[in-house]
Design a protein around this ligand. Sequence first.
Ligand code: PGA
Length: 255
Amino acid sequence: MARIPLVVGNWKMNTTVAEARALVAAITRSALPAGVEVAVCPPFTGLADVSRILERSAVGLGAQDVFWEAAGAFTGEVSPVMLADLGCRYVIVGHSERRQHFGDTDENVARKTRAAFSHTLTPIVCVGERVDERDARQTERVITRQVEAATAGLSAELLGHLVLAYEPVWAIGTGRAATGMEANRIIGFIRSILATRDNAASAHTRILYGGSVTADNVAEFSQQPEIDGALVGGASLDARKFLAIISGFAHRTLA
Ligand code: PGA
């Protein structure tokens, strides 16, 4: 079962429009290795300009969050219709920073996931345990709850198109990545949860690792059979480092 690796840059709340344009120009200037899908997720304010720069590029555009309604009186929110209109292909949903600071619940994450799919966007749903949950040996329990909630009601077809990202909260932005073996084990566990819903679909679902992925440690993750790519924060703000991470996953399709 060949799943094409996917490397996604989450720029978080960084880049002015000019900086976003410069960063995406630097990424697209280099020839990207074949056999790896790449996407960048600028802040909302950069989407329109970055979309224009990516028009003739294979690099996909994603947003960092979405609301679940298509339109209406929801001050400050951005709808899936608006994102699709700007050329977005992906949207990150349920990032731990949204869960921690902005009140995203399992239920809201499920709504956003379904809304993304109904408007042609591919959701990248983030799951992962906090350090206290890990210390209390609750990792599998937390992940099961998050994955089951986010995928509730999805057809087998959509399950196969879904992208999940295992991002242990303690590894995000800390420089303390999980080990490749540990990430591989949890991602295998996530796939086994999906398999109980639909075995065939679970073999298609791409599950990424995220949390302090760098050009220096990417090989640790790309060697692992269950890890289908990376969701990259800090290192995605430097074109050279981001390209090195992309190259790190290129060998997967040659194997
Ligand atoms: P990081 O962020 O690579 O800076 O740890 C990852 C993420 O939050 O997706």
